[in-house]
Design a protein around this ligand. Structure first.
Ligand code: AMP
Ligand code: ZN
Length: 125
């Protein structure tokens, strides 16, 4: 198994605490390697975070051996979008990475955002 453990111990990582159920959270999806739950500060009617159970800091730390995991995160998002009936109108998938990407939680997570027409924050420079 490729294991990229960041400097931060998983004990102090809020998403690791959620995975270990040290922080109570309803999972909207779970399998052997992934969990998903609602974002605590939703920016749209549907706002879900899909995360690996294993602590990986960000996309920067993803290894070739993690490609199945990364693909499965996207497929989990697709399945949730269908389940929540937002597939047809569409949605946004977002991996924030690092300082310039605006990443606040240093445990890899994929945002699934939808249920309304989304404001596009990325503009031509
Ligand atoms: P990012 O800016 O991409 O790192 O996004 C981190 C996201 O995690 C934000 O949208 C937060 O609202 C969300 N978040 C932080 N803590 C929690 C929590 N305890 N439960 C659910 N979502 C959380
Ligand atoms: Zn973590």
């Amino acid at each position: 198994m490729s294991s990229v453990t960041c400097q931060m111990s998983s004990a102090s990582c809020i998403f690791c605490q959620i995975v270990k159920k040290e922080i109570p959270k309803d999972f909207v999806y779970e399998d052997s390697e992934i969990v998903a739950f609602e974002d605590i500060h939703p920016v749209a009617p549907v706002h879900i975070l899909i995360i690996p159970k294993r602590h990986i800091e960000s996309v920067n730390e993803l290894q070739k051996e993690d490609r199945e995991l990364a693909g499965n995160m996207i497929l989990a998002a697709k399945g949730l979008a269908r389940k929540l009936k937002i597939s047809q109108d569409g949605y946004k998938l977002l991996f924030r990475t690092g300082k310039h990407g605006g990443q606040e939680v240093e445990h890899l997570h994929l945002h699934l955002i939808g249920g309304a027409k989304l404001y596009e924050e990325i503009r031509p420079i």
